[in-house]
Design a protein around this ligand. Structure first.
Ligand code: MRU
Length: 298
């Protein structure tokens, strides 16, 4: 996809041509580089990119990191390149920290692999590393309605990495847990508040509740750039509501009667109390999370 202006990049983020919190942040950074090259007003470009999607805080953090370079296109390019390297490096380190937490059969949601990130993955990076160390038997992948990031992207990435994976409908998770066929849940995040509550793809909260009910660990893997200490708790995280038309359709097929409304909340908030551990590039955090989050992201 060729993107030639900040507006092109902002539209690609809004329309989910590129998605996943770290990849959104990096795309916005490259959007600023493109804008500088084409002589655009950088304050306007920054504003446009910042508005493109509301929930993933990596977007604002990437744009903040570039602001001091606005006066110098070469410095802006260098800053974007450095950010891209740092994001990928953080993911590799995070995977090494998290891999020993997993064993047996893990369940994940949405897409947190190379296609969504700086190139290695957040939760999926941890999964791939655990498999490389011989710790995993099986990955259950929730298909992730309505965009099907699990079915379309995670399934493909796990096949590329030669990790045994099975796609399930989102509503199958409870039964698999009741049957004793899941050992842990691991997901990514789009924004973690200062108290450890976090927003992730809609359906994550339900999985965390189910994990608690069945006595299973629930892990969240995220780079420190996904932590937002200015947001005190989950209730203050902006949750994106997308076009209901996206719920009406399954691929090219319209599946709802036209007369019935649909609601499309793109994310939900999982309370920190349901999280067993947070995996970051700066180590694994155990509850209570507040002080540890301030230490690593402050
Ligand atoms: O709406 P999306 O596809 O951008 O949502 C992505 C997710 O919710 C991911 O789980 C999140 O960004 C975690 S890290 C890639």
């Amino acid at each position: 996809v060729a993107l030639r202006s900040a507006a092109d990049v902002a539209e690609a983020i809004r329309a989910m041509v590129v998605r996943g919190a770290p990849a959104i942040g990096l795309s916005a950074a490259w959007g600023m580089v493109v804008a500088a090259r084409h002589g655009e007003d950088l304050a306007a470009a920054d504003f446009l990119l910042r508005q493109s999607r509301p929930t993933a805080v990596n977007l604002a953090h990437a744009l903040d990191a570039l602001q001091s370079c606005w006066g110098n296109p070469d410095a802006l390019l260098l800053a974007a390149e450095t950010l891209a390297r740092e994001v990928e490096r953080a993911e590799v380190v995070m995977a090494a920290h998290g891999a020993s937490l997993l064993r047996g059969r893990v369940l994940t949601h949405c897409n947190t692999g190379p296609l969504a990130t700086g190139g290695y993955g957040t939760a999926l990076g941890v999964i791939v590393e655990a498999h490389r160390r011989g710790r995993l038997q099986q990955v259950w992948v929730g298909e992730t309605r309505p965009y099907l990031q699990g079915a379309r992207l995670t399934a493909w990435e796990l096949a590329q990495a030669k990790v045994p994976a099975t796609v399930i409908t989102d509503s199958t998770a409870a039964t698999l847990m009741a049957q004793g066929r899941v050992d842990a849940v691991i997901v990514g995040a789009d924004r973690m508040a200062a108290n450890g509550d976090f927003a992730n793809k809609i359906g994550t909260y339900g999985l965390a509740v189910l994990a608690r009910h069945h006595g299973l660990p629930c892990y969240v893997a995220l780079p420190t750039s996904t932590i937002d200490l200015l947001t005190p708790d989950g209730a203050a995280i902006p949750i994106e509501e997308r076009d209901p038309e996206e719920v009406r359709c399954l691929g090219p097929c319209r599946v709802l009667p036209d007369s019935v409304p649909a609601l499309h909340l793109a994310f939900d908030v999982t309370p920190a109390a349901l999280v067993t551990a947070i995996v970051t590039e700066r180590g694994v955090l155990r509850p209570p999370f507040g002080e540890a989050l301030r230490r690593i992201a402050g």
